[in-house]
Write a protein that binds this ligand. Structure first.
Ligand code: HEM
Length: 405
């Protein structure tokens, strides 16, 4: 049988993949004492938990983790409450809203970050780009004062640290709860002002949204914006860093993408499969449920290991290899990521921001390749992944010849 992994150990954080494989092979349903949860690691089982048409699994167990920092968000909701609340926010993240209103925001923010290092010949694509773009984009989408971006970044960091506080550091917990207060003090007056003077931004759209006679209160909108920091910030940050790490360590695939930019969509899907930003997602069982390897009792917490499921050898050939040309990838240039991996989850809580994330990654890769024609990793540098619940490269120092030099 598989050894129960200690997810707080440095060995697991350094390389969880051998433990994932052992679980898939010999303990596809594993009771984990430290997190008091049933770990599910095979693709078919994780897919089943996410799709769950009969409402066998809920997200009720998110409340204790998310409520203290965000308040009540769609991620904690189920059933009709979730369906209506999700319909209020989702339109802003797809179709013409995304294409016409927010794509220019992404392009502008990406260009500004690149301009800061395009003549230097060197950069750290994590610190100088990936960690900054998604949060700047969210702040601009909301139409916040650009002079406040630094404060917004500070709240982002406090929220991320709060959610990743596995060791229960009391200072990190207190900073997270303080952020909830400060964020509300800042956001509520801005929301009220936007109700009076609506503009072309996400906050105004959220103020105006109405579904089945339901509208969002100031508190609802503030909580959703707080969720965006974590759900749209850290995830996209890791996705951008990982697609670059995967391409830079596979130079022949980087050359192919450089020559044919339509391949970025496949590189993105393959990155989300082999190195998903979110490795673990929790659910709560409403009734006893049969999964491969046994029965999960009603009321239990289930940990879905996306990072393990996405490398299931019964689903993917040579699963540990990054290969954007792999035959079991259905994505061509269009968006069909849902069929290729579980990185955005599936079913009712499927990522609202998937198309926004794709637009950010595609813009970022395109603009960075244009600015850095001969980009390569700094000599002797090997990317190191970090993180347990979310995961991505810690740093990506690169060298390049500036355009026109
Ligand atoms: C939900 C991943 C980018 C907003 C989710 C979930 C996953 C996920 C796995 C499901 C959580 C669960 O079921 O417990 C990702 C990844 C991203 C990304 C890998 C980047 C590559 C974004 C962006 C936004 C966003 C850019 C918006 C700005 C949301 C929201 C939810 C969500 C609001 C909650 C949906 C619901 O509860 O119905 N995301 N996400 N995400 N994501 Fe994303």
């Amino acid at each position: 049988t598989a050894q129960v992994p200690d997810i707080l150990s440095p060995e697991f954080a350094a390389n969880p993949y051998p433990a994932y494989r052992a679980m898939r092979e010999s303990a596809p349903l594993l009771w984990h004492e430290a997190t008091q949860s049933w770990i599910v690691s095979r693709y078919a089982d994780v897919e089943r938990v996410f799709k769950d048409k009969e409402a066998t699994f809920t997200t009720d167990n998110y409340d204790w983790q998310l409520e203290p920092v965000h308040g009540r968000t769609i991620l904690q909701m189920s059933g009709r409450e979730h369906a209506v609340r999700r319909a209020l926010v989702a339109p802003a993240f797809r179709g013409s809203e995304l294409q016409d209103t927010f794509l220019p925001v992404i392009e502008r923010n990406s260009r500004e970050l690149i301009d800061a290092f395009r003549n230097a010949g060197s950069a750290d694509l994590v610190a100088d780009y990936a960690t900054r773009l998604p949060v700047n984009v969210i702040a601009d989408m909301l139409g916040l004062d650009r002079a406040d971006h630094a404060r917004f970044h500070g709240w982002y960091t406090a929220v991320i640290n709060f959610l990743g506080n596995l060791a229960g550091d009391p200072d990190v917990a207190a900073a997270g709860e303080r952020t909830r207060v400060e964020f509300a003090e800042y956001m509520i007056p801005v929301i009220q002002e936007r109700r009076e003077n609506p503009g072309d931004d996400l906050l105004s759209a959220l103020c105006a949204a109405e579904v089945d006679g339901v509208r969002m209160s100031d508190e609802d909108i503030k909580a959703f914006c707080s969720l965006l920091l974590a759900a749209g910030g850290e995830t996209t940050d890791k996705a951008i860093a990982s697609i670059f790490a995967n391409l830079l360590t596979n130079p022949e695939q980087l050359a192919a993408v450089r020559a044919d930019r339509a391949l970025i969509a496949r590189a993105f899907a393959e990155t989300l499969r082999v190195t998903p930003p979110v490795h673990m997602i929790m659910r709560q069982s409403a009734v006893d449920v049969e999964l491969t390897g046994g029965t999960v009792p009603a009321g239990a917490t289930v940990t879905c290991l996306i990072g393990a499921a996405n490398r299931d050898e019964s689903r993917y050939k040579d699963p540990d290899r990054f290969d954007l040309f792999r035959e079991d990838l259905t994505t061509t240039t269009a968006f069909s990521a849902a069929a290729d991996h579980l990185a955005f989850a599936l079913g009712r809580h499927f990522c609202v921001g998937a198309l926004l994330a794709k637009a950010e990654v595609e813009t970022g890769v395109n603009q960075l390749l244009d600015a850095m024609p001969d980009v390569r990793l700094a000599e002797g540098f090997d990317p190191v992944e970090q993180g347990v619940f979310t995961r991505g490269p810690q740093a990506l120092p690169v060298r390049f010849t500036p355009v026109g030099a």
